[in-house]
Design a protein around this ligand. Structure first.
Ligand code: ATP
Ligand code: MG
Length: 359
């Protein structure tokens, strides 16, 4: 029986994407050679970096694609690495070399910072779930973890591997279909990151400008608690950013959140809405609803700011559990009361900030 043509194999390889660059490996010049000997095919692939953490994924994708070509009986995938010069050329083909914010004027990406005046109200959980809900609706999504000292995005997405560098370009870590950047991918261990103000500014600038975000539809920014320097830096790098404010029902938390709104006004970021988190508790066995915290803080704050209350997310053990397990609740327990509210919140955000023009 005759083997496949080289063209047929190449056509199959066209459809294989590099998991981090989201481009065809053929277009990226990663396919060095294709040899066809009867039904046996050998593909020589040059990885963008030596020891690429996703080499197994690439290996798997290439073998599966080639195996599906009629006439192929056996596939061998050889993995090598690009030379410095090849990588350099590729890096410059992907992004310009001057370090400017890709989200400055003229960017198609809608940027939404998730803020609150107080710690521990659920900013990171809301950010992670909004990201997954947007991705599930077919949008391209990035998450920038601006909580440089107290990062939690790697844990919530269940990824801890270091980022891959392409020359001076940092490739975001992709998990559950979302592009992520966090200090947690760069820090050596779990020891706290102690940085002074100027270094914080530098780190955030790098997270915005040196990362190959590749113009997602939405970029969510998990802001640290408080109203300090980070928001100011973000507003300078991304003047078009919007804010979602997270609060809990208690009136005291609402007062703190009001400070976040004052901060928004100071840095000129429009608030698109309020998410009330830990709103109530629905007993899973009886379905009885308990108002654990009194106050109606979300509604009060939204009314005060003249913005919509986007959602009221219940207190649910699954929200915390899914966060610890690395799969946010909208994916881990779709249809649960919390997941339903979070999807509603994501769609309300889209309605408020709009859908970007096609790429
Ligand atoms: N709706 C919810 N139901 C149950 N647990 C929740 C809910 N929202 C958040 N949590 C839990 O509360 C804790 C704090 O949440 P999270 O880390 O998202 O808050 P944060 O505002 O980002 O905190 P920080 O200010 O420290 O960054 C986490 O353990 C999280 O799993
Ligand atoms: Mg957080």
């Amino acid at each position: 029986m005759s083997g496949p043509s080289r063209d047929a194999v190449m056509a199959a390889l066209e459809a294989v994407e590099d998991p981090e660059l989201r481009r065809s490996i053929v277009a990226l010049n990663m396919v060095r050679d294709v040899a066809v000997d009867g039904g046996a095919v050998t593909v020589d692939v040059a990885l963008t970096v030596d020891g690429c953490p996703l080499k197994d994924v690439i290996h798997e994708r290439v073998s599966a694609a080639v195996r599906a070509v009629p006439g192929v009986e056996d596939v061998t995938v050889l993995l090598g690495a690009m030379s410095d010069e090849e990588r350099h050329r590729l890096r410059h083909g992907l992004a310009g070399s001057e370090r400017t914010s890709p989200f400055a004027q003229g960017s198609r990406t809608k940027v939404i910072g998730v803020a609150s005046g107080k710690g521990g109200v659920g900013k990171s959980s809301i950010t992670a779930n909004l990201a997954l809900a947007l991705a599930a609706d077919g949008h391209a999504v990035g998450v920038l973890d601006a909580d440089v000292y107290g990062y939690s995005i790697p844990r919530m997405f269940g990824v801890h591997r270091p980022t891959v560098m392409m020359d001076d370009l940092i490739l975001p870590v992709e998990a559950h279909g979302v592009r992520l950047m966090s200090m947690g991918f760069l820090a050596q261990d779990d020891s706290p990151v102690i940085w002074r103000g100027p270094m914080l500014h530098k780190a955030l600038t790098s997270f915005v400008s040196d990362v190959f975000w590749d113009d997602p539809d939405y970029l969510l920014i998990d802001l640290p608690p408080g109203t300090g320097d980070v928001s100011l830096t973000i507003s300078q790098l991304i003047p078009s950013a919007h804010l979602v404010i997270v609060t809990t029902p208690q009136i005291t938390a609402q007062k703190v959140a009001r400070r976040a709104a004052a901060m928004a006004a100071r840095v000129g970021m429009p608030v698109v809405g309020v998410v009330e988190n830990m709103s109530h508790f629905v007993a899973p066995d009886t379905g009885v609803r308990y108002e654990v915290f009194s106050g109606g803080g979300g509604e009060l704050l939204a009314a005060e700011l003249g913005v919509p209350l986007l959602a009221r997310v219940p207190l649910e053990a699954d929200v915390a559990r899914a966060g610890d397990d690395g799969l946010p609740v909208v994916a881990a327990r779709p249809g649960s009361p919390a997941a339903t509210e979070l999807v509603r919140a994501a769609r309300a955000v889209v309605a408020a900030v709009g859908v970007p023009a096609p790429a």
